[in-house]
Design a protein around this ligand. Structure first.
Ligand SMILES: C[S@@+](CC[C@H](N)C(=O)[O-])C[C@H]1O[C@@H](n2cnc3c(N)ncnc32)[C@H](O)[C@@H]1O
Length: 177
């Protein structure tokens, strides 16, 4: 039986990077997940200002993991996050280059276009945080599912606080309710 540590020293790490995000309270979970799971390839769909993405990168660096990270976003925004200008990408790209440039790469494209850049069965940790509608999450999940490695439990999805009903709907459609 698998035993999970509820707490780890890693989950109490102080985040080095904080920016506008609905994800801030989940950062200790990201630290814990990376420390426990020790992924070799992390992909995030939906980076925006980078609060979740850079918490994965910080955990990789502080745990001295041999892991490559890719953050995919078109950096134009969407109907829920709002639409924004090039300054967001410039800020995120600068921070990435200065802090994690040796193992982290930003992919400025639509999720569908980036799909062919990753081999099937290669991604150990996939964080889907794009547009939070039910149909969009479902599409992203099923398109990217073949990319997951044998550590399949490592895909997770962020739904906005206003979209909790979508979680229940999605899980019920997957037979997980
Ligand atoms: C909810 S925000 C990401 C929040 C981020 N993970 C954080 O920690 O704050 C969603 C992002 O996904 C991007 N996005 C949505 N749909 C996309 C698509 N089909 N292709 C590329 N980027 C997309 C938007 O540009 C936006 O920056």
């Amino acid at each position: 039986m698998t035993t999970f540590n509820k707490f780890s020293t890693g989950s109490l790490t102080v985040p080095k990077y904080l920016a506008t995000s609905a994800w801030l309270e989940h950062i200790p979970f990201a630290f814990w997940l990376v420390e426990m799971h020790k992924p070799r390839l992390i992909v995030e769909l939906g980076v925006y200002y980078g609060s979740s993405y850079f918490s994965f990168c910080q955990a990789v660096q502080e745990n001295n993991l041999l892991c490559t990270c890719y953050g995919v976003d078109n950096w134009t925004g969407d109907a829920h996050a709002g639409f924004y200008n090039e300054q967001v990408f410039d800020k995120v790209n600068k921070y990435n280059t200065e802090n994690y440039g040796n193992f982290s790469y930003l992919v400025k494209s639509d999720f569908d276009e980036a799909l062919n850049s990753f081999d099937d069965g290669s991604i150990d940790l996939l964080h889907i945080d794009g547009l939070h509608t039910y149909e969009s999450v479902k599409k992203d999940f099923y398109k990217w599912l073949p990319k997951l490695s044998e550590k399949k439990h490592s895909a997770f999805i962020s739904f906005g606080l206003n979209y909790k009903s979508n979680i229940l709907l999605f899980l019920s459609h997957m037979g997980m309710d």
